[in-house]
Design a protein around this ligand. Structure first.
Ligand SMILES: *Cc1c(COP(=O)(O)O)cnc(C)c1O
Length: 482
């Protein structure tokens, strides 16, 4: 049998295909404003994704044609200027190109003496300086804040449980370990707690104030009572930017409690910690540098191509001890390719992409002042939208707009809560189905609300005029036809 390889016989084939692919991506991005934000996927296209794996190969041009037909026209829409759903980033072509560069060379990001590892250390260093961490703090780039939260809470268990959890795993005392957070905390933290072998009973969800920040008095009282009952508080999770309304927990006060009670402070700053790039936001983020660990996503408000999250940990020795393993095949050597710093002892993953270049490259091109301006622009836009809502007698703001998230609903005379909930859901679905805009939804105090989360560098002020006009128009049409 002759040598078999996946490499092309003629390297001009992928070169031409690559050029065409870049053209098609740029065609999408450069026209994105004029394109419909979202298209439902026709059934026959969905059916095409159910065929068996191909035993034999096909011509690359034909496969690309299929991709253009079945994949290209049906993206989620989060690169569009009118996408304000959940908290998703709008991406950046330079990050995507840098990602391709690493993927093209198939760089392994786990460990070893090679450039990508140093790029990652540099990017982590930049973030450390913005959140006010010391230079010798630790960190790792991960897929997203779900994994970053997992690592942060794992560190809490590792360093604050009264037994050696790496040695003993779960034991009798595990039931007594408690994690505190507010009832506005992101679900990924609950998932993390469960993955760590703790359960819902190990979590104390503390009520929030009317502004959706954690009630400190309730928190303190709960901790006190729990300690009397023989529980061991190991972690408080504070959120900088809750997913529902963008609320910022009082991190400095949480840090005081943690210091006094010997509790680990983990901050979930998935999107909100981006405010650390704005000098004028220092007061709102007061105490962030006192957190033991911080989760942050570059792929949300920093627009880095998916995925790029990050976990910073202040105490390097905790981070280095909690995942370090010894195995003959991964011993570090003093020279050669196995000599470099290693990220495999800082998280659950071994094989991982070299994600830092897609942060490093666009940061160098645009400069951080530009990112700060983009964040300010989104904050201004959320104030502008809130003003439009306040000026309309058919719309009602449902939470204070303190960040980049605006929660509101359409009002109709004589409708009760249930009817309003249904109507607002219908309005939202109509916005999606007609491809007008993509805000999403949440429920606040039993009220279904339309939720606009602005982490989008392509949005303009007039897009929000347009959103409000459409919601009022659709709301009135639907109200009258009921
Ligand atoms: C998005 C988000 C997460 C989860 O992050 P992923 O990057 O999606 O894994 C956690 N917390 C908050 C507040 C978030 O907004």
């Amino acid at each position: 049998m002759k040598n078999v390889t996946l490499d092309p016989e003629n390297w001009n084939d992928p070169r031409e295909l690559g050029t065409k692919m870049i053209d098609d991506v740029i065609k999408y991005l450069s026209n994105v404003r004029d394109n419909k934000i979202w298209n439902p996927i026709p059934e026959e296209i969905k059916d095409s994704f159910t065929s068996d794996a191909p035993a034999e190969g096909s011509n690359v041009g034909d496969v690309y044609k299929e991709l253009l037909k079945t994949v290209y026209p049906y993206p989620k829409g989060n690169a569009h200027p009118k996408f304000w759903g959940w908290v998703e980033g709008s991406g950046d072509i330079y990050g995507a190109l840098a990602d391709f560069f690493m993927k093209g060379m198939n760089v392994f990001g786990g460990f070893g003496e090679h450039s990508a590892i140093y790029v990652e250390e540099q990017v982590l260093g930049w973030l450390k300086s913005f959140v006010g961490y010391p230079k010798d703090a630790s960190g790792i780039i991960v897929t997203g804040s779900s994994i970053a939260n997992l690592i942060g809470i794992n560190a809490a268990r590792y360093s604050k449980s009264p037994f050696d959890d790496r040695q003993e795993g779960l034991n009798q005392s595990t039931k007594k370990l408690l994690v505190y957070c507010s009832n506005e905390t992101h679900h990924s933290n609950h998932k993390a707690v469960e993955i760590l072998g703790l359960g819902k009973e190990n979590i104390r969800e503390i009520e929030t104030h009317a502004d959706y920040t954690i009630n400190l008095e309730k928190l303190k009282r709960t901790i006190e009572e729990d300690k009397k009952q023989g529980y061991t508080p190991i972690c408080i999770i504070g959120t900088v930017g809750t997913v529902n309304t963008g609320a910022i927990d009082p991190i400095d006060e949480l840090a005081d409690i943690c210091e006094r009670e010997n509790i680990w402070l983990h901050v979930d700053g998935a999107f909100g910690a981006a405010l650390a790039f704005l000098p004028e936001m220092k007061e709102q983020l007061k105490g962030l540098e006192r957190a033991d660990s911080i989760a942050f996503d570059f792929h949300k408000w920093m627009h880095v191509t998916y995925e790029a999250g990050c976990l910073l940990m202040k105490d390097k020795s905790v981070h280095h001890k909690m995942y370090s393993v010894e195995a003959s095949y991964i011993m570090e050597h003093d020279k050669g390719v196995s000599a470099g710093p290693s990220f495999i002892h800082l998280g659950p993953e071994m094989s991982r992409s070299a994600r830092a270049l897609k942060i490093w490259f666009p940061f160098k091109i645009h400069g951080l002042n530009k990112y700060a301006d983009l964040i300010r622009q989104n904050l201004d836009q959320s104030q502008y939208l809130s003003k439009l809502i306040n000026e309309s007698n058919q719309l009602e703001l449902m939470a204070d707009t303190t960040m980049n998230i605006v929660c509101f609903r359409f009002l109709a005379d004589g409708m009760n809560q249930d009817q309003l909930n249904k109507l607002n859901k219908q309005i939202l679905l109509e916005l999606h189905e007609k491809g007008i805009a993509i805000p999403t939804f949440t429920v606040l105090n039993g009220n279904y609300v339309i939720r606009v989360a602005i982490t989008n560098h392509r949005s303009r002020l007039e897009d929000f005029d347009d959103l409000v006009d459409n919601i009022v128009r659709i709301g009135n049409e639907m109200k009258n036809s009921q």
